[in-house]
Design a binder for this molecule. Structure first.
Ligand code: ADP
Ligand code: MG
Length: 459
């Protein structure tokens, strides 16, 4: 039985106000955790609730059964007189209406309805250091004078160094300056997905191409996934040219230099190279320390309460990838969420909180399938949940196959065991593992990505 939206809203209001009262002396926890949650849907028959949040941190806390979950359950029980099974999702993880109804192509299709600019990624909160200053400068220049100077701007780096952040920053900056302009942020994965869903089979790519005519600034993330997609590549080439010829700015990101993009037509690679190509290097410790300070402040916390040695320790330990550093910080915040505002978080507190994330030779022996999945997800900017899911977009399917391959290759897990972990039958696992084994013989990029993931796991 469905309940009305109004009823749902008022139920959630009551739940939050119950918690609010209980936490009247702990505003910080309420603001940081509970106020971030929304009730997405209720299934009265199954007694299930789907709860959404925009914060990864929050999702992690509640999904992992942290003690704050108890208070949430208690509040729901108090308001509804019932117990519900709760599942937590990031807003962007839930399917849109269109996906649910599985629409075929319709003439007025509004493509990429899932792709939105993330307002949290701005130039203001992007820390500039020698590792990224050129990429930031170029991004600012094209945001000020789009389509005039460097077109396209191509930014490449290893994973977790801020490409996606910069891309959104360009979009947000430009959108603020030109509120009526049309900014489109897409991942190459979404482009391929949308192309396959609406164009393949319908023979009508004109409508898809026309859709891009109204775009003033096109931001395309992770262009490397266009490799070996001939028809999609052709259409992308057409769209790319028509935008550039009309003076519209394009910004692309990739995990490698254009010349290293394999399985792509030469004319496309040479177009990517025709503007300005910039790279981002792994940050130095000072920059990482600054990033940590900014992130702590952005959570409404006081940096002065954190030992400088402790933060430097984090910056030195998680130095290769800002995403990993953020993961370590989130763990620290998780451990210190209930301490008093005036307490100082010491070097020892910090070491204890992130100890589990520091690989050492002892822990190496204990690697599990979940560690492998986490490392692959991290490398490709995904979550472990996405790798476990049934989603079959190119990027996720490839990451899943790599994770299966590494479980077999590094841990020696049986196909049946891997099948259990990934909830697939063992023949699917065998096919996937086999495929990766063959591909790495001819695809140097894939081989080097797998080496990097192995290195991260062995650290
Ligand atoms: P990439 O796209 O290169 O894999 P992301 O842009 O997703 O990396 O960055 C990973 C995380 O690190 C993001 O949360 C981003 O905000 C953060 N980050 C990376 N570089 C910086 C920086 N210089 N300043 C602030 N945050 C950063
Ligand atoms: Mg990215």
């Amino acid at each position: 039985m469905a309940i009305t939206i109004t009823k749902q809203n008022s139920l959630w209001k009551s739940v939050l106000s119950y918690i609010d009262k209980k936490l009247s002396k702990d505003r910080h926890t309420f603001d940081a955790l509970y106020s971030e949650l929304s009730l997405h849907s209720i299934d009265e028959e199954k007694k299930e609730m789907v709860i959404t949040t925009n914060s990864n941190l929050c999702k992690g806390f509640f999904s992992k059964g942290h003690e704050n979950l108890q208070l949430l359950n208690e509040a729901i029980k108090n308001v509804t007189n019932n117990s519900y099974k709760l599942s937590f999702f990031l807003v962007e993880e839930l399917p849109t209406k269109r996906e649910k109804t599985n629409n075929k192509y319709t003439p007025n299709q509004n493509y990429f309805s899932n792709c939105k600019l993330n307002p949290k990624y701005t130039f203001d909160n992007f820390v500039v250091g020698s590792c990224n200053k050129d990429a930031v400068r170029a991004s600012l220049i094209i945001s000020e004078n789009p389509g005039e100077t460097f077109n396209p701007l191509f930014i490449y780096s290893k994973s977790g160094l801020g490409k996606t952040h910069l891309l959104h920053a360009v979009g947000n900056y430009y959108q603020e300056k030109f509120p009526n302009a049309r900014v489109l942020y897409i991942t190459m994965d979404a482009f391929i997905d949308e192309f396959v869903k609406f164009v393949t089979g319908s023979n009508d790519n004109q409508h898809f191409r026309d859709f891009f005519k109204s775009v003033d600034l096109l931001l395309v993330d992770d262009i490397q996934f266009l490799s070996n997609k001939e028809r999609t590549g052709e259409n992308f080439f057409y769209i790319f040219n028509s935008l550039v010829n009309n003076g519209k700015q394009i910004v692309l990101t990739s995990d490698r230099h254009p010349k290293d993009l394999k399985g792509l037509e030469d004319r496309l690679v040479s177009r990517f190279n025709s503007g300005l190509t910039m790279t981002i290097q792994p940050p130095d410790t000072e920059t990482l320390y600054e990033i940590l300070k900014r992130k702590i402040t952005s959570h409404g916390l006081n940096v002065d309460n954190y030992s400088k040695d402790g933060l430097m320790f984090l910056a030195e330990t998680f130095s290769k990838n800002v995403r990993e550093l953020e993961g370590a910080l989130n763990r620290l915040l998780f451990h210190t969420v209930s301490i008093q505002e005036t307490d100082v978080v010491t070097l020892e507190d910090i070491k204890e909180a992130v100890n589990i994330m520091i690989p050492n030779s002892e822990k190496k022996k204990d690697l599990t399938e979940e560690d492998v999945i986490y490392a692959v997800a991290n490398y490709y900017n995904l979550t472990s949940e996405q790798i476990h899911s049934k989603i079959r977009t190119a990027q996720i399917a490839l990451s899943r196959r790599i994770a299966m391959y590494l479980c077999r290759n590094m841990l020696g897990s049986s196909f049946v065991r891997i099948g259990e972990v990934f909830q697939r039958d063992h023949s699917t696992v065998m096919t996937g593992v086999d495929k990766v084994g063959k591909e790495i013989k001819t695809d140097n990029q894939l081989a080097s990505a797998i080496q990097d993931i192995k290195k991260a796991l062995k650290k």
